[in-house]
Design a protein around this ligand. Structure first.
Ligand code: ADP
Ligand code: MG
Ligand code: ZN
Length: 410
């Protein structure tokens, strides 16, 4: 019940894996591309054949640094790749090249819209513990082969895809905050262009760590980890479910098990996958086939020249520069391309504010009704600026303006 739930304070920390948009894989020259005929984007290195040696992809480092800077992390000048040892059928080397105690970046943050204790809108700063580089595994495929017996097939095309893992501090307190954090993080990653964040293709994957404690308690409760949920809405639902489940366990006198769980969307609940007692000991040790990674000041500065204005800052500037509302600024900066298009138009218009409102209301409404994306608009930005100018100078009434939009849209 709500009264019982209200006695507890949820604590949430997120681990997000992001595929980097490089031409080639992290440690070999194979193409880094989603899909393809199974086991065609492979070579001795990403297949883990004996004697094949990894060579670090310079571009992957640059994208990792760019992502790290965009979330306000400090870059470690000399970071170390480590082997994370475990057996898994789609990981042929028997280990994953990752980073352990000396990751490339730490101590960042993201600002997230949240509600305070009395329900007022506030901005909350969520800490980022670390961002480290690692490689993706291949894929196990179970369905669609028309087998009479159940078989598993292995596709290693994804093996060695460059990833960054971004680990948050346990600073999130509600399912909504988790949802907002992910939305903001994805927006930043898209703006910097380090990833396409395509969730259907697994470019952005999230594990959610959840615990509950009695309000006012000094120590966090035991956490459970929900693995690999691929939609922000499902993550919110999974976190919500976990909070209720854990409260129920505690209220009935039990203890929350430290374990990994899986989200079942059809049933709207999580299931135990493995407990921490069966958990892996990864036996991390420094990767002997790769030297320490050194990203000196000069290289960092070079990389930083590619850092664009980030969504938060861009919204603030646009509100000041064009006198638009916070709501309009939010809509207009939904993607970098959309914001770019608006700004080109705004600079030509008599009233940028009017362009903004036409774009976010009249045009967006018509696009939505027609099931079209912004880029597919039959009304050009030039046309919109022209219409806004005519309205601004009083040559078009607001009724005429709507008719004009209808006509040109049709
Ligand atoms: P592990 O060693 O089990 O992976 P970490 O300490 O590395 O645990 O934390 C992993 C993630 O879990 C981080 O995002 C962190 O913020 C989060 N986390 C840690 N402790 C808790 C807790 N008690 N409740 C919720 N989340 C937590
Ligand atoms: Mg973990
Ligand atoms: Zn390869």
């Amino acid at each position: 019940s709500p009264e019982v739930l209200a006695k507890y304070q949820p604590v949430i920390g997120l681990e997000v894996h992001v595929q980097l948009l490089t031409e080639t894989k992290a440690f070999c020259g194979c193409v880094n591309r989603y899909g393809g005929e199974p086991n065609t984007h492979v070579c001795p290195t990403c297949l883990g054949l004996p004697g094949a040696l990894p060579v670090l992809n310079r571009r992957a480092v640059e994208l990792a640094v760019l992502a790290a800077k965009a979330i306000h992390c400090e870059i470690r000048e000399t970071s170390i790749f480590s082997r994370k040892n475990y057996f898994y059928p789609d990981s042929p080397k028997g280990y994953q090249i990752s980073q352990f105690d000396r990751p490339i970046a730490e101590h960042g943050w993201i600002d997230v819209p949240a509600l305070d204790a009395v329900g007022a809108e506030v901005t909350k700063r969520i800490g980022i513990t670390r961002l480290h580089m690692e490689e993706d595994a291949g894929k196990s495929l179970h369905d669609g082969f028309g087998d009479s017996v159940s078989r598993t097939y292995i596709d290693l095309n994804r093996c060695g895809t460059p990833l960054v893992e971004i680990v948050s501090e346990p600073d999130l307190r509600t399912p909504d905050e988790a949802f907002e954090y992910l939305t903001r993080l994805k927006e930043i990653l898209l703006y910097t262009g380090v990833s396409d964040c395509n969730k259907e293709e697994g470019s952005l994957r999230c594990d959610a760590n959840v615990s509950v404690m009695l309000k006012g308690a000094e120590r966090f409760g035991t956490k459970a980890e929900v693995k690999n949920v691929n939609s922000f809405r499902y993550i919110r639902a999974a976190v919500e479910y976990e909070i209720e489940r854990q409260v129920e366990v505690l209220e009935s006198g039990g203890r929350v098990a430290q374990e990994s769980r899986l989200w079942n969307n059809a049933e709207g609940r999580t299931f135990s996958m493995r407990s921490k007692e069966q958990a892996h000991d990864y036996r991390y040790f420094p990767e002997p086939d790769l030297p320490p990674l050194v990203v000196g000041e000069t290289w960092q500065r070079e990389i930083l020249t590619a850092l664009p204005e980030l969504p938060e800052a861009r919204r603030a500037r646009m509100i000041a520069e064009y006198e638009i509302s916070a709501q309009d600024a939010m809509t207009l900066t939904a993607t970098r391309a959309f914001a770019d298009r608006f700004e080109v138009a705004a600079k030509r218009a008599k009233s940028p504010k009017r362009v903004a409102s036409l774009l976010t209301s009249e045009l967006t409404m018509r696009l939505r009704l027609a099931g079209l994306e912004q880029e597919q608009s039959p009304v050009s930005m030039e046309g919109l600026v022209l219409a806004a100018d005519l309205a601004e100078s009083g040559e078009l009434s607001s009724k005429m303006l709507k008719q004009l939009l209808d006509t040109s849209f049709a």
